[in-house]
Write a protein that binds this ligand. Structure first.
Ligand SMILES: [Ca+2]
Ligand SMILES: [Ca+2]
Ligand SMILES: [Zn+2]
Length: 249
């Protein structure tokens, strides 16, 4: 049975915050008691290429100030069960095998699980048929490569979950990720975006972490900008590790 859910659509590092009503077929996937947890919300993280002078995203100024170099989508909002994910490597690169793309992506998964010492994500599958669909909860966590309208955008990750109400009720229920094929993608080139580098950053969002925009946090994997050839985000830094451990303690 179809159900109308009030969805709060938040664009982080973007320029708008809107709420709208959508129909969702997802109720059969929800735990009982969903009504008590308030609306299922969607957060979209947009990762931009670092330009000479990036304007500070409007949303960054609203963040609570903290000395630690990590932020959460919402305190306590994390994965509470292991869910499988699917990676579609098609269109990533004409010079990389599907397996090479998949392995690079999985480096991003492993970084967070090693950094936290916890299983956060379920099993991965290379699947050339899965599609990126940020508009509905379809119970499938998908990473795929394709064009995105704004050519400055490297990747976009949508995370669905319960982000308000008591912290113990909060939970992430789905993520979907698009790597923008307006960029060249590679696992070794200084003239292309590094797949593992960006996957590690984006999987930080899938795990529940937010973006960082302060210069003092620029070495962290969750820093909100990247450039061609960057590989420093493949490895977690002090703030990333403190954040993921704090969330999945
Ligand atoms: Ca999905
Ligand atoms: Ca690093
Ligand atoms: Zn980000």
């Amino acid at each position: 049975m179809k159900r109308i859910l009030l969805l709060a659509i938040i664009t982080v590092s973007g320029t708008f915050f809107v709420s709208r009503q959508l129909t969702a077929n997802a109720s059969q996937n929800m735990p009982k008691g969903i009504e008590d947890r308030g609306p299922l919300s969607k957060v979209t993280f947009i990762h931009y290429k670092k330009e000479k002078e990036n304007a500070k995203p409007p949303s960054a100024g609203n963040k609570k100030k903290t000395d630690a170099c990590y932020t959460f989508i919402s305190a306590g909002a994390k994965w509470k069960k292991l869910e499988p994910y699917f990676v579609n490597p098609l269109n990533a690169s004409t010079s990389l095998s599907n397996n090479a793309v998949y392995d690079a992506f999985n480096g991003g998964v492993t970084a967070w699980e090693n950094g936290s010492g916890k299983d956060i994500f379920g099993n991965g599958t290379l699947d050339v048929n899965v599609v990126y669909d940020p508009d509905r909860v379809d119970d499938k966590n998908v990473a795929a490569f394709g064009p995105y309208g704004d050519s400055r955008v490297i990747a976009v990750t949508t995370v669905w979950g319960y982000f308000s109400g008591p912290e113990t009720w909060r939970e992430i229920v789905e993520w979907d990720m698009l790597f923008n094929t307006n960029f060249k993608w590679s696992i070794s080139s200084s003239d292309a975006m590094d797949i593992q580098n960006i996957a590690t950053h984006e999987m930080g969002h899938s795990a529940g972490l937010g973006d960082l925009y302060t210069t003092s946090c620029s070495i962290e994997t969750m820093y909100g900008y990247s450039v061609n050839g960057e590989t420093s985000k493949r490895t977690l830094e002090t703030g990333d590790i403190a954040g993921i451990k704090s969330l999945y303690n």
